[in-house]
Design a protein. Structure first.
Ligand code: FAD
Length: 505
């Protein structure tokens, strides 16, 4: 079996701590510089173009754009190296609907005014299955095998989530919305950010093991941290932020592609074509007079470059910004990121007990990982010579830093075995059937909204521009790591620069 190990360029990134870079030998002058080519940076580039501005550059440390929305590819399929789907957006998010329309993901609008999504980009059925009590069943919420008490608790839980989804605060905003900054500032609801999701479940006498395992899975899936560590406001937002109101039948569905959200990154990339410096690590950002001076290391030529810009957008996470800017360590420390591990397996066959067929998303109830995506699911080719699946694992613990050290210390054989041991619960012969495994490590995968963070001081401070010259846009400033947040961060920051408006995180 062939094992491959990859990850974000943490070796180059870690040089930010020692900053042993050569002195700059060249200069570039540019009005606008975007540092970071993830979704937020690419969205900012798109917004510049939409506003008629093309004299900008995008600086990216990796040899490709996309950040957490990047992908890999083998001879059988493309596969995600991070984000893999976009749930159907809220109907009132017209900016996102417009983007989806431009990219022919929305093909038009029906007589009732609802968008018509391209069927080929919506998950094909069967969409989700759950391995629960030794059987696969449809959906991720267990329908069979629960006691009556479990059933009751699921009903109570979902009724509460419906309330949170539909209700608006006195300020007229939904209690929970996307982007998060549009949510109501209702004081009672904000208090939910002070407790963990587990505490909220306890307070509401929700103790069913089956329900707890399900909610824990959802939190680990969206935030990298489980119910014991994640804020209740964030946990509820997972269920209540999406209104399921963009189609007339209010069906929950997602948009997905074999390469995951790298498809969306690809659509955004065209706006910065010919304006990108890849393999460039920004290592210092300072204001000087009426300009901003950025020092970056060109990892290909092994030389440094000085970029002088009028305005700089840091579309980089705060754990990076703390090394680029002076006096940012305190703020940086408040941002916690859950490490992630992805493993893409090429298997000759995926034997299971076929109680429910292989689906796009396949989750094993109560397992350590988050299950796997069948990467070829959206292919119209029914019979595949080999199957390609991507397994997801987030390191949910009270000591994220320790998890990160473990992530990088352990060898690839260790991770391979962990993946197999987890998948064996549903696929006992997975190890013999696997021909190739690519393990992808993300040390700072995802911002984790621990209690007190979402509406705390650090997040607000981190979003404030510096002397009207250095601006910020990254999904971690929202506190929730999803495409929509990064997309809107990029748009809002450009509007703030060009219109002089202030940003609210
Ligand atoms: C495992 C995983 C699964 C996910 N799944 C989903 C999903 O299914 N759906 C979803 O909506 N979201 C998902 N997400 C969230 C995802 O992070 C966001 O959707 C989005 O891609 C974040 O974009 P961003 O621009 O905010 O950040 P990033 O992707 O972090 O982009 C930042 C960019 O800055 C670059 N950079 C960093 N430091 C420097 C420097 N010093 N110099 C130059 N460049 C630098 C980085 O290389 C990167 O390209 C997932 C995240 C992870 C980790």
């Amino acid at each position: 079996m062939f094992i491959r190990l990859s990850g974000t360029n943490h070796i180059l990134g870690h040089r930010l701590r020692v900053k042993n870079f050569p002195k700059p030998t060249r200069q570039i002058h540019i009005p606008y510089l975007i540092i970071g080519g993830g979704i937020s940076g690419l969205s900012a580039a798109r917004q510049f173009r939409k506003r008629g501005i093309s004299d900008f550059l995008v600086l990216e440390l990796e040899n490709h754009l996309g950040g957490n929305s990047s992908n890999g590819e083998n001879q059988y399929s493309k596969f995600p190296l991070g984000a893999h789907y976009l749930p159907l957006p809220n109907f009132h998010d017209k900016t996102l609907l417009k983007f989806l329309e431009e990219e022919k993901i929305i093909l038009g609008y029906n007589a009732k005014g609802f968008p018509e999504f391209d069927e080929a980009q919506l998950t094909f059925t069967p969409q989700e299955r759950l391995f629960y009590k030794n059987e696969w069943q449809e959906g991720l919420v267990p329908k069979y095998g629960n006691s009556n008490a479990d059933e009751n608790e699921f009903q109570v839980f979902f009724a509460k989530m419906d309330y949170f989804r539909e209700t608006k605060g006195a300020d007229g905003n939904y209690l929970f919305d996307i982007p998060l900054m549009n949510s109501s500032k209702d004081a009672q609801t904000l208090k939910l950010d002070n407790i963990t999701m587990k505490q909220w479940l306890d307070e509401n006498q929700l103790t069913s093991k089956s329900l707890i395992a399900y909610v824990d899975y959802c939190c680990r899936d969206d935030f990298g941290l489980g119910i014991d560590f994640v804020s209740a406001w964030a946990g509820i937002h997972y269920f209540a932020g999406r209104k399921h109101n963009v189609t007339s039948d209010r069906k929950e569905n997602v948009l997905t592609w074999p390469e995951g959200n790298a498809r969306l990154a690809m659509h955004l990339k065209k706006y910065s074509e010919g304006k990108t410096l890849k393999n460039h690590l920004a290592y210092e950002v300072k204001t000087a007079g009426n300009k901003t001076v950025v020092h970056a290391f060109d990892d290909r030529k092994k030389e440094s470059v000085e970029i002088i810009a009028d305005k700089v957008i840091l579309a980089t996470p705060q754990f990076v910004n703390q090394y680029l800017l002076e006096n940012r360590m305190q703020i940086g420390r408040e941002f916690q990121y859950a490490p992630w591990l992805l493993a893409t397996l090429t298997v000759s066959d995926l034997t299971d007990n076929y109680s429910y067929p292989l689906s796009w998303d396949n989750v094993i109830h109560g397992s350590k990982g988050l299950g796997y995506i069948y990467d070829q699911h959206q292919s119209v080719q029914q019979v595949q010579p080999k199957k390609v699946i991507t397994y997801y694992y987030s390191f949910s613990s009270s000591d994220i830093r320790k998890s990160r050290r473990t992530l990088y210390r352990q060898k690839k054989d260790y991770w391979k075995q962990m993946v197999f041991d987890d998948l064996k619960k549903a696929h006992p012969d997975i190890e013999e059937k696997t021909e190739e495994i690519s393990i992808h490590l993300l040390g700072h995968g995802m911002i984790s909204p621990v209690p007190g963070f979402l509406f705390g001081v650090a997040k607000k401070e981190a979003a404030k521009n510096i002397e009207n010259k250095i601006f910020f846009a990254h999904s971690d400033l929202a506190g929730i790591s999803i495409f929509e947040e990064a997309f809107h961060q990029g748009i809002n920051v450009v509007n703030a620069i060009l219109d002089g408006t202030t940003l609210d995180s």
